[in-house]
Design a binder for this molecule. Structure first.
Ligand SMILES: NC(=O)c1ccc[n+]([C@@H]2O[C@H](COP(=O)([O-])OP(=O)(O)OC[C@H]3O[C@@H](n4cnc5c(N)ncnc54)[C@H](OP(=O)(O)O)[C@@H]3O)[C@@H](O)[C@H]2O)c1
Length: 202
């Protein structure tokens, strides 16, 4: 059984539907207060109902609720997490979700005997990074390396499906010039979420 945490997100939903389509047994961590159904109308999330209808086994919990993570991890061989707080808010932020919540998830997985933990980090993440998301991801990578579990860390660059449209598409559709910050001398390695999803096969 594979547990996906973050399945109601954009990438997490792609991974979940992909694995279910392969015939894998997939459990998804869902939240009763998730904004995903509403965000999915704007292609900014994955509708939880679509995951259940596709055949995923739902388990309800929250990264801020340790006991719920212990329940979610029972009987899990492989855990994939894409969860993050970037498109959420309120009580869900980089400290409570990306650092503390994901730390709790690693601990719950190890306690439950999860064999393989797959973590979607980000290129450039390092402990002490001035951006709290990249700092949190860097710290989680270190915690995972010391966990004793088999692990895979994916460190993608920026997602082209997200950022091309935001940086270029929105001003173009408004008939406005595109503004690129800086001198245009820095290389940015965009990656497609489809290619990140495909790495779950390897
Ligand atoms: N966007 C980029 O360019 C980029 C680049 C490199 C790496 N990444 C990383 O790629 C990963 C996937 O990105 P994405 O855009 O697919 O993410 P996303 O759509 O923002 O997904 C957010 C997911 O996190 C879950 N979540 C948030 N707070 C939670 C909590 N307290 N408890 C449980 N789940 C919680 C959400 O669940 P609810 O629906 O219940 O809120 C949702 O499933 C992320 O780790 C991101 O940092 C992104």
């Amino acid at each position: 059984m594979i547990l996906i945490v973050g399945a109601t997100g954009i990438l997490g939903g792609m991974i979940a539907h992909h694995l279910i389509g392969q015939g894998q047994n997939v459990r998804v961590l869902l939240r009763h207060n998730s904004p995903a159904a509403e965000l999915a109308k704007h292609y900014l999330a994955t509708n939880p109902q679509s995951l259940i209808e596709a055949g995923a086994q739902p388990v309800y919990g929250d990264l801020k609720d340790r006991p719920s993570l212990e329940t979610a991890c029972v009987g899990i061989e492989t855990l994939i997490t894409t969860a993050n707080a970037a498109l959420r808010g309120g009580e869900d932020n980089f400290l409570t979700v990306d650092l503390q919540g994901t730390t709790q998830l690693v601990e719950a997985a190890r306690t439950a005997g999860v064999r393989h933990f797959i973590y979607v980090s980000a290129a450039g993440a390092v402990p002490g990074h001035p951006h709290p998301l990249y700092d949190a991801k860097g710290q989680i990578e270190a915690i995972l390396r010391a966990s004793g579990m088999d692990f895979t860390i994916l460190s993608p660059g920026v997602f082209m499906e997200v950022w091309m449209g935001t940086v270029i598409g929105i001003p173009l559709r408004a008939g406005q010039p595109v503004t690129l910050v800086g001198e245009g001398a820095r290389k940015v390695a965009f990656v497609s979420m489809v290619d990140v999803r495909a790495l779950q096969n390897s």
